[in-house]
Design a protein around this ligand. Structure first.
Ligand code: SER
Length: 316
């Protein structure tokens, strides 16, 4: 019987991932943990505990007490927030991963840890970025993600640790709140469109970035954790792709539903420089071949679902 611990369960991915894992494995078998108070979306769905992701002793005690077999480690500082406090980004992102990898070896745990398109930098080919390519991240977030990938690969090769990982693109959802990412405009734009019929975008109109609707990202995560380990041909993180669009393209899609919607573009936002170093689109053929990954949501389906559900959530 699997006993799962989700660390960072109140974050952008953690909330929805916890709910999905609880559907698959049963509410009581998925312990949600975060340094923050329990997110309202999790209340009443299963056990919750507060935990500092960098506290190795507390994590070990929890794993022993609950007989945890699988850990999903999602606690991290993202790209834009990480640039405001690079030291904290390194400390949080790396020490949390390192302690979970050590615990994983000691207790023979199965681990999921997310990487990101932020591992790529200005020297990477930007169109259809390959799985294996030049990797020179320019943000501290990207540096921690690439260092983390190498660390995961090392632990897999050296200790036989079962560690699995994907490079998430920008994630879009109406349920949780994004926090501190460069791709977050693609969530904020829906709030602007519904509440004010306008949006001021911090990226330029032709900035293409790889994106994904959250349901696809969650399904990718839970299915990667279920594939036989022999299927996995890499212990680095898998490229993962769904859609790629620019602020102009998503605004035009929104206009199909809200014709009066307008968008303007602000200049000199530091997030533009981050986006300029990231891929425009991703080649995820390795994930598709090794474990059958396939996205379901395209731009128009995602826009429809976002507007429909956010309207209800915002009581508009
Ligand atoms: N969504 C993340 C960010 O923008 C990318 O992994 O920082």
């Amino acid at each position: 019987m699997q006993k799962i611990l989700v660390i960072g369960a109140c974050g952008q991915i953690g909330g929805e991932l916890t709910l999905s894992l609880r559907k698959i494995y049963g509410g009581e078998n998925v312990i949600a943990a975060d340094i923050k108070d329990e997110h309202p979306m999790l209340k009443g769905t299963g056990p919750y505990t507060t935990l500092d992701a960098t506290d190795a002793e507390a994590t070990k005690a929890l794993v022993e007490k609950e007989g945890v077999t699988d850990i999903y480690l999602l606690a991290a500082l993202l790209s834009a927030t990480g640039e405001k406090n690079p030291k904290l980004a390194w400390d949080l992102n790396m020490s949390s991963l390192r302690q979970i990898l050590d615990l994983g070896v000691e207790k023979k745990l199965k681990i999921f840890w997310p990487s990101s398109i932020a591992v790529f930098g200005a020297t990477t080919p930007r169109d259809n970025t390959p799985q294996k390519t030049i990797v020179e991240p320019t943000t501290m977030y990207g540096v921690t993600k690439y260092a983390g990938e190498l660390l995961c690969q090392y632990y897999a090769n050296r200790y036989g640790l079962d560690i699995r990982s994907v490079r998430y693109p920008g994630l879009i959802s109406w349920k949780g709140e994004p926090g501190g990412g460069t791709t977050d405009y693609a969530v904020d734009i829906f709030y602007g469109a519904l509440k004010d019929k306008k949006y001021s975008c911090f990226l330029s109109e032709d900035t293409y970035l790889p994106m994904m609707y959250m349901d696809d990202a969650i399904r990718a995560t839970t299915s990667l954790m279920q594939v036989p380990i022999e299927n996995m041909k890499t212990h680095m993180s898998y490229n993962l792709s769904a859609i790629s669009f620019s602020p102009k393209e998503i605004s035009e899609e929104i206009k199909k539903h809200i014709p009066e919607f307008t968008i303007e573009y602000t200049e000199n936002d530091p997030r533009q420089a981050i986006a300029n170093g990231w891929p425009k689109s991703i080649d995820d053929s390795a994930a598709r071949a090794d474990w059958g990954w396939k996205h379901e949501f395209d731009l128009s389906k995602m826009t429809e679902v976002m507007l429909e559900n956010l309207k209800i959530k915002l009581e508009l």
